[in-house]
Design a protein around this ligand. Structure first.
Ligand SMILES: O=C(O)CCC(=O)C(=O)O
Ligand SMILES: [Fe+2]
Length: 538
């Protein structure tokens, strides 16, 4: 079942830099239209005064109604009035005609200019709008946004700021209907019903006239029927659908099988394999900031200073916060200054393109798996040595080789806009047992041993980095760096490092990754005697 055509890419919505550009572009169009309106107003005034003159003269105040013959003849009886009549129909009518011609030309010209402008710059299309609608429904779902206030643009923040966020404009009933259809098409049957109900509430309670209630009701009825049908036949949740735990229909809900639906039967399943659905559940809960680990694990985590045995760090030690001991995940606070984070963002901005990730067949694709934009920056690209110094500091902090191209990848700078996310993945890439799947260079440098990820911006709400198996949530903080080992000392991938980026709820998120490879560390690390030996420093 589908209430609408299928939607395609989800691109313009999910990088803030795009939305800022769009707003600037809209500003240019508004300037064109505004100029047009001012000129049009002057021309319309000319036309209007011609009409008013006639009306005034003939004493016919109201439009359409005509005056008697007597009044007319008295107007042309006077020589001056007769003269003015001729003037109106020659000179003045000429001006009116001019004004009208100009107006028509200006209108056609404006349409032409806007068309041209749109051709030469990126403009959103309907697919983008669909993408934005789906992203909004996903945010509503992930962060359990309260539907009594969401249509009016208000929700409570998650993460850094837990205050209320209020939009400038509010949604109309028609917007709610539109969002409901999208929720339905994406299999969010529970959310679809909420949006249709919100649309009805606006029409009935708030006198919203953007859509008649008769247009909403069939959708609500259909959504409820499909909701119950799916729940009966397939259950409340699957890879591409979800419903409420209990049917909407009161009689159906009385069935025995629904009477024992408990409030929250979730039991965390950490440090072990999770099915896709379990992983998604852990991801979502961690995104909301839920604690999934027992206190026996959390209570031993500490914050500490470390110079990692480096003289360079003696006077400005790393401000370490342990997030997890196994797998070893830490945050180094204030690793970069505001000046540095800003400089990296500015350098990356002009080079941003849609993020791509490795597809199952080995190529790179851009998809909903990662909705962000990124740019690659290498130390040597910059005229100053700012990036080189950054990498040297990373080397001191991790005790790893990171500057040589065979040791550290270029910096990958990524920007996530509203709804922008990265689903759960591992950073290590070489999981295909067939050596032919990789390039000689990839064999030469080895896999991604450590991930050094700096948050270049604060995020007002949402946008955490989460590790579903390790039960870790890291809230972005400008200048802080997250670091973890992706591989065991033997070079084998540690699956407990699976992680993802939660959708940004409010604001914009910038990060920078430095992936440090395995083989170049051969002088610093031995591989250990057993496959599962791990590293836990700095
Ligand atoms: O943005 C994040 O928080 C995580 C990014 C990430 O995992 C990656 O870029 O590989
Ligand atoms: Fe990652």
């Amino acid at each position: 079942q589908n209430f609408m055509g299928s939607s395609g890419r989800d691109d313009l919505f999910s990088a803030t830099s795009n939305l800022e550009e769009l707003l600037t572009r809209e500003g240019e169009i508004v300037r064109m239209v505004d100029k047009y309106l001012q000129a049009a107003q002057e021309r319309l005034d000319t036309i209007r005064s011609y009409v008013n003159d006639y009306r005034h003269l003939t004493g016919s105040g109201s439009r359409g109604s005509d005056t008697g013959v007597g009044a007319l003849s008295s107007v042309v009886a006077h020589p001056i009035d007769a003269y003015l009549l001729l003037k109106r129909l020659t000179v003045e009518w000429g001006m009116v005609e001019d004004a009208m011609t100009h107006h028509a030309n200006a209108t056609a010209g404006l349409v032409q200019r806007v068309l041209l402008f749109r051709e030469h710059s990126t403009f959103p299309d309907l697919d983008d709008l669909h993408g934005a609608a789906v992203a909004l429904v996903r945010l509503q779902d992930t962060y359990r946004l309260n539907m009594t206030t969401l249509p009016a643009g208000a929700f409570t923040g998650v993460g850094q700021h837990t205050h209320e966020f209020q939009s400038v404009k509010q949604l109309t009933a028609r917007d709610c209907l539109f969002l409901g259809k999208h929720a339905f098409n994406k299999g969010y049957y529970d959310k679809a019903i909420e949006w249709f109900e919100a649309a009805l509430d606006l029409v009935e309670g708030a006198g919203d006239r953007s859509v008649p209630r008769e247009e909403i009701e069939p959708f609500l009825t259909a959504a409820m029927n499909v909701h119950d049908d799916i729940l009966e036949k397939r259950g409340p949740r699957g890879v591409d659908w979800q419903t409420n735990p209990v049917p909407m229909d009161k009689t159906l809900a009385k069935k025995l099988r629904y009477s024992s639906v408990a409030q929250d039967t979730f039991m965390p399943k950490l440090y072990q394999h999770q099915t896709d659905q379990e992983e998604e559940e852990h991801y979502t809960r961690l995104c909301r900031g839920e604690k999934l680990r027992p206190s026996s694990i959390e209570s031993v985590l500490v914050c500490r200073y470390s110079d990692n045995g480096e003289a360079y760090l003696r006077l400005m030690p790393l401000q370490l916060e342990e997030m997890s001991l196994d797998p070893y995940i830490i945050v180094m606070h204030n690793f970069l200054t505001d000046t540095q984070t800003q400089a990296v963002i500015e350098r990356a901005k002009p080079r941003l393109t849609a993020s791509r990730h490795r597809s199952p067949d080995g190529g790179f694709v851009s998809s909903m798996v990662r909705t962000s934009k990124n740019a690659w920056l290498r130390e040597a690209d910059s005229k100053d040595d700012m990036m080189t110094k950054m990498t040297m500091k990373i080397e001191k902090a991790t005790g790893l080789e990171a500057l040589a191209p065979s040791a550290g990848e270029d910096y990958q700078v990524a920007n996530y806009g509203i709804g922008g996310l990265y689903v759960t993945h591992t950073d290590y890439l070489m999981i295909n047992p067939d050596p032919a799947a990789y390039l000689p260079w990839e064999h030469f440098i080895g896999d991604r041993y450590g991930t050094f990820m700096v948050y270049l911006s604060d995020v007002e709400a949402g946008g955490a980095t989460v590790f579903p198996r390790a039960g870790v949530t890291i809230w972005p903080r400008r200048g802080s760096a997250a670091f973890w080992w992706n591989l065991y000392r033997s070079g084998t991938g540690d699956e407990n490092t699976r992680h993802g980026a939660c959708p940004v709820l409010h604001g914009s998120k910038w990060i920078s990754n430095k992936w440090i490879h395995y083989n170049d560390q051969f002088l610093k690390h031995n591989c250990g005697l057993n496959t599962w030996d791990k590293l836990s420093y700095p």
